[in-house]
Ligand binder design. Structure first.
Ligand SMILES: Nc1ncnc2c1ncn2[C@@H]1O[C@H](COP(=O)(O)OP(=O)(O)O)[C@@H](O)[C@H]1O
Ligand SMILES: [Mg+2]
Length: 207
């Protein structure tokens, strides 16, 4: 559960987020759409606790960030991130990159997860031996392996062709159906339709 009230954030003089209030229910899959520069990445960073807004209120799982105490622990426990630019350890294989992030009891699920994303066959290849789209899917596997309560993804299919974009959204759809809350920024309208709800933003405001 995410609740945000009147979020405002400036970069210098520019009001990148201009009074956004929203609520995302547990297990809800929300697509965040809007043109480039509309504020999607900034809003995701605020909602995911990575960026503190200049003003406004944020509550995750009913609590404000100040009440969390150890923010790292909170993030580890509740939140997964997929960024537009994904960073894997180049010396390790895809499977090892995912295993590094995985809780012990999740490790056995890695082969099936990689297969689901269409990268099962290259699980033993090193991260610097595969394509950008394959790395992106590996980064998605890493972010979802522990089944975070909330998953944030910023243009996660930006480098993918339509077939692999479908696989990623199929995976998102099924983890949402299993109870994960998802907020995914995308400018692909057709993919956004697969979410439960579309939130459209323009100039830092909800449309
Ligand atoms: N780190 C930053 N410093 C200054 N301006 C930024 C920064 N990040 C984003 N902006 C500006 O804030 C606005 C919203 O950007 P962003 O959140 O990245 O939008 P989107 O993800 O929808 O493309 C844009 O005008 C962008 O130029
Ligand atoms: Mg962006």
């Amino acid at each position: 559960m995410i609740e945000a009230k009147n979020l405002i954030h400036f970069y210098g003089q520019e009001r990148a987020i201009d009074g956004i209030s929203l609520r995302v229910a547990p297990g809800e899959f929300v697509a965040l759409t809007g043109e480039s520069g509309s504020g999607k990445s900034t809003l995701l960073a605020i909602l995911s606790t990575l960026l503190r807004p200049d003003s406004g209120e944020l509550r995750i799982e009913g609590k404000a960030p100040e009440a969390w105490g150890d923010l790292n622990r909170f993030r580890r426990r509740y939140i997964g991130f997929v960024f537009q630019f994904h960073y894997l350890i180049p010396y390790l294989s895809i499977a090892e990159n995912v295993a590094l992030a995985a809780d012990r009891e999740r490790r056995q699920e890695i082969p099936a997860l990689l297969a689901r994303l269409g990268i099962g066959e290259i699980a033993r290849k090193k991260a610097d031996e595969i394509s950008g789209g394959q790395r992106q899917r590996a980064a998605i596997a890493r972010a979802v392996v522990n089944r975070p309560r909330i998953l944030f993804a910023d243009e996660p299919t930006g480098n993918l062709d339509s077939k692999n974009s479908e696989k990623v959204f199929d995976l998102f759809r099924s983890i949402a159906d299993e109870g994960t809350t998802l907020v995914v920024a995308t400018h692909d309208r057709r993919l956004a339709e697969r979410a439960d709800r579309i939130i459209d933003i323009k100039d830092g405001r909800l449309v």
